[in-house]
Design a protein around this ligand. Structure first.
Ligand code: ZN
Length: 392
């Protein structure tokens, strides 16, 4: 039996299978990052998950936030209901054509959107104890996965998604599977910290299992994540509703934060993207836009038409103004409407252009790669189904 080998004071284990190490001559780091993909704006969870499973931007599928002002009903509501969806999903189309499709999401808030008009398996780890054959296409998820229902604020909520995905690949072997985790860890822990490293090691372990089961795997993200606080650890917040009330008077402007969801511990509903509805005339709107743009920490202020064109958003579901803040700054409504008690570590969040860059990785070689393509995260299914090399 070959033994360990020591070379120049370092000991190396004998290989159990072939190891290949490649040195790419002159590979400046930017050659790798130039292959990065760009997510949809706003860089929030629902718009991007729906872009990935539909293959199109929010201007087509209609989901432009977790939360929005519904002009038809005149109320602010979560954008979780399939009635808000304006396009079919790739998952639904394949399932209707006879493919075996499975969707597992960490939070239940995404389940109905992702599973819209899809037959097959669709459940969340958050409500893994409440599945039924009729509603979710599967029974006894806890028994099959062998894990308890995780806390909604835990790394385990995402780990459950992966472990369940591996179990399903072993037992049901779906033709198409979409796994979507939650960003609780990324909100709490910066890259390179032990907590973040443990989380990515968990992902890695499970991707190895899926790879060993012979799956083509595409990995992407809905959005990135950045620190949004000063050196004192306090969040850099522009309370835009308070600011506009002071400038224009009360009830002249309504600020909507599409990041808003029931899970405040992550981010206190603070992100780098806001919508503003104004009761002002066009000239006053223009003046307000210029004033907001001049606030320190603001990246850009766009009109409805400009934002719809630039960010590929549905113009009937965004404000008169779209406000994006810079990397280290977030936008709030009124100070008293944000519960920051759950922020036990300095704020990390997303929503802006600074969180639009995400990875797009595949465990196969890619043929027919279009030149100079501006990759999007919602090219994931195109990449996995159309562009990877298939054995002839
Ligand atoms: Zn997210």
């Amino acid at each position: 039996m070959p033994t360990d080998i020591t070379v120049n004071g370092r000991t190396y284990r004998w290989m159990d299978r072939p190891l290949v190490v490649v040195c790419v001559d002159g590979c400046e780091y930017d050659y790798i990052t130039a292959a990065v993909a760009v997510g949809a704006m706003p860089s929030f969870t629902n718009p991007n998950n729906l872009s990935i499973v539909t293959g199109v931007p929010p201007s087509v599928h209609g989901i432009c936030g977790n939360y929005f002002f519904d002009p038809e009903r005149g109320e602010e509501v979560m954008m979780n209901d399939p009635r808000h969806l304006r396009a079919g999903t790739i998952l639904a189309a394949f399932s209707q054509a006879g493919a075996k499709v499975a969707v597992i999401t960490a939070k239940d808030k995404l389940r109905k959107l992702l599973g819209h008009q899809m037959t097959g398996i669709c459940f969340s780890s958050e409500k893994a104890d409440q599945v039924s054959l009729a509603e979710n296409g599967i029974e006894n998820v806890l028994g099959r996965v062998g894990l308890p229902v995780p806390s909604v604020y835990s790394a385990e909520l995402s780990e459950f998604v992966f472990v369940a995905g591996v179990k399903l690949m072993e037992s049901e072997r779906p033709d198409l599977m979409y796994l979507s985790t939650t960003d609780y860890i990324q909100h709490k822990a910066a890259p390179g910290t032990p907590v973040a490293n443990d989380f990515y090691a968990m992902i890695d372990r499970n991707l190895v299992r899926l790879d060993a089961l012979g799956a083509v795997i595409v990995v992407t993200a809905d959005h990135g994540m950045n620190a949004k606080h000063g050196e004192d650890g306090q969040p850099n917040v522009i309370y835009l509703q308070d600011t506009l009330d002071a400038w224009l008077g009360a009830s002249k402007a309504r600020v909507i934060l599409p990041i808003t969801d029931p899970y405040v511990v992550h981010h206190g509903a603070l992100g780098s993207f806001a919508l503003v509805y104004l009761l002002e005339e066009a000239a006053a709107q223009h003046a307000a836009a210029e004033r907001i743009a001049a606030l320190p920490g603001i990246d850009m202020v766009l009109t409805r038409a400009e934002a719809a064109a630039k960010f590929e958003l549905p113009s009937d579901r965004i404000g008169d103004l779209v406000v994006v803040s810079r990397l280290d700054t977030v936008i709030g409504t009124s100070r008293d409407r944000h519960d920051l008690s759950g922020l036990d570590v300095p704020l990390r969040s997303h929503g802006g252009l600074s969180e639009q860059k995400v990875p797009l990785l595949v465990n196969r070689s890619v043929s027919k790669q279009p030149e100079a393509r501006r990759w999007r995260n919602f090219d994931a299914f195109d990449l996995g189904l159309n562009l990877v090399t298939r054995p002839s």
